[in-house]
Design a protein around this ligand. Structure first.
Ligand code: 5GP
Ligand code: ZN
Length: 136
């Protein structure tokens, strides 16, 4: 993927402020940060989104994210950390190379507008759970 920004960072063709690197993952600071310390954890191989991750990549990227989240917490003194991970345009994804945002959060920073939610009845929940189990 010659024109993928994150592939170019992995190859060293574009600069990045790196935090962590291992066999499968790379973590670096977001150039447009919600707060200082806003990090991105990516898989090194070009995988567009969550659906395409292998089990090994999936395990490695969550392990790296856990370590990065602890580091973000310790280094920034933030009150909390939110992970954000978007898939496809409708999911809010803008860079189509799998990544997880590690966002330092501060009390009342009002960063994320949370979704309006409804509480479906048990029958509806059970019906959806059955559909999901079938696909799995
Ligand atoms: P998404 O919207 O796909 O969840 O997140 C993509 C993120 O990549 C955005 O927050 C954006 O700021 C970040 N980003 C885009 N280009 C670059 C870049 O060249 N370097 C770094 N470090 N981050 C980038
Ligand atoms: Zn890529």
């Amino acid at each position: 993927m010659d024109d993928c920004i994150f592939c170019r960072i992995v190859k060293g063709e574009l600069p990045a402020s790196k935090i962590h690197e291992d066999e499968h993952t790379l973590a670096f600071l977001n150039i447009v940060a919600a707060h200082p310390g806003h990090a991105l954890v990516i898989v090194k191989e070009h995988v567009e989104n969550l659906y395409g991750l292998s089990d090994a990549q999936s395990a490695a990227v969550f392990q790296a994210t856990t370590r990065v989240a602890r580091a973000v917490k310790a280094a920034t003194g933030c009150d909390g950390v939110t992970l954000f991970q978007a898939n496809e345009v409708a999911g809010g994804q803008t860079v189509f190379h799998f990544h997880i945002h590690v966002l330092p959060r501060f009390k009342e920073d009002n960063l994320l507008p949370f979704w309006k939610a409804s509480a479906p009845g048990r029958a509806e929940l059970d019906e959806m759970a059955a559909r999901l189990r079938e696909v799995l």
